[in-house]
Ligand binder design. Sequence first.
Ligand SMILES: NC(=O)c1ccc[n+]([C@@H]2O[C@H](COP(=O)([O-])OP(=O)(O)OC[C@H]3O[C@@H](n4cnc5c(N)ncnc54)[C@H](O)[C@@H]3O)[C@@H](O)[C@H]2O)c1
Length: 474
Amino acid sequence: MNLSCVGLGKLGLCSAACFAGKGHHVIGVDSSAEHMEALVSGRCPVDETGLPALLDGCRARMEFTPDYGYAVQHSDITLVTVPTPSDANGRFSNAYVEAVLDRIAGGLKAKKTFHVVALVSTVMPTTCEHVFVPILEKLTGKVCGRDFGFVYNPEFVALGSVIHDFLHPDMLLIGASDERSAQLCRELYSSVVENDPYYAVMNLTNAEITKLSLNCYVTMKISFANELALICERIPGADVDVVTTAVGADTRVGRRYLKGGLGFGGPCFPRDNLAFQRCAEDAGADANLSPRVVKVNGEVVNRLFTMVSEHALPGSTVALLGLSYKPGTHIIEESQSVMLAAQLLKAGYVVRMHDPKALGSVREALQGRGVYCEDPYDAVSGAGVVVMLTNWPQYNDLDVARLEEKSGAAPLLIDCWRIYRNATLKKFTYRAFGMVTAPTGGIAHDSRTDILYQDRRGRTPVLERTSVQHPALA
Ligand SMILES: NC(=O)c1ccc[n+]([C@@H]2O[C@H](COP(=O)([O-])OP(=O)(O)OC[C@H]3O[C@@H](n4cnc5c(N)ncnc54)[C@H](O)[C@@H]3O)[C@@H](O)[C@H]2O)c1
């Protein structure tokens, strides 16, 4: 198929490359001259796992042009993946999409054959039918469903694994103005995906609601697990991982996104929640769950701040390991780690930070305040509190003895994801989300054996190493 892809950012460039990688001819358009320059000269302007190699392998089937008319004229379908930033009230702004519709309308008007415009960007429910389709009909004098088709086709991908997620979707959501456009879209996606996804074909409005609902449901799961972690921390013998592993084994629930830890962040989840609330208000309904989900999420940072301040006074050094909103990306939008850093700096702590990818963006966001360390051991140097935040896989392999050696006197280790739950700690006082880790004489619970024991020596509980792994965690 011949495709045009308008908007070649974090999502748009990955999907364009995936389509080209599977044999389609792709014409790419982006309003950023810098971006286009990079692409034309063979560079990859987006940092995403696997993208440079994928692009290198399919450049012969990709062309880049600033000419929107040319792109529409020489393709069967135009995919639009431009920003839809939240406005002051939390609704998605249509400004970028409308600018694109304005630019493609000339090509669409002149086109003699049926053409499909597929919007990928996240928008408020009813926008496609009540705003975008009328704009295109007015600008082209054509009738949607007869002369051209409009499709709402959002993706469910996560930064850091966009290409994998794009090629292996659980579901393909296709909201369409008409059968013909839906069928074209279905054919396009079935020619690129490497699995056998569920095709959810529906009208435009249902697809818009589905996109928001799915993301809000996932955040509800995250907040549920985080609230459960908070409860487990207060019940001797409780262990959030044991509980969520079992609860998630029920197919009605599922294990993904059901792990107590840091809250959600990033460019999509927080604003989708807010938009969902606005959508309910606009429809004259109440969204009761979403605000609670956001509240639970917001409390995670306060909890961490309290844990730090209970142990160390302002002026002390706090080490933060992991700053991006999730592993595998440099993106720090709505990152709880960065929120914590800002709160600690404001309170007068010395904050030393490490992240495999995000140091540059954090330095910019915090205007250079704090200490930026390329090496995690350097970050913990002299720290009275060490907080393990974003669960980058490389943190699992850190040498705990070396972390202890580098840290300051009587340090506290706060472990959001319990990655050191079974480590032998000699110097760190250990506190973890989701299980009782009282600083002195507390009850510890080794989930690998599911055996409770009391540290009678009145010191930080040291979890016994055992070769038996709890089946639930295997
Ligand atoms: N990134 C994700 O993982 C993700 C996931 C799901 C949904 N989305 C949605 O996809 C949309 C795009 O997100 P993104 O992360 O790719 O954004 P992005 O900011 O990384 O990329 C957007 C691109 O659009 C370009 N652009 C802006 N105006 C343009 C115009 N008039 N003509 C041509 N190009 C234009 C920009 O230069 C930029 O390269 C948003 O609505 C977002 O909510 C993103």
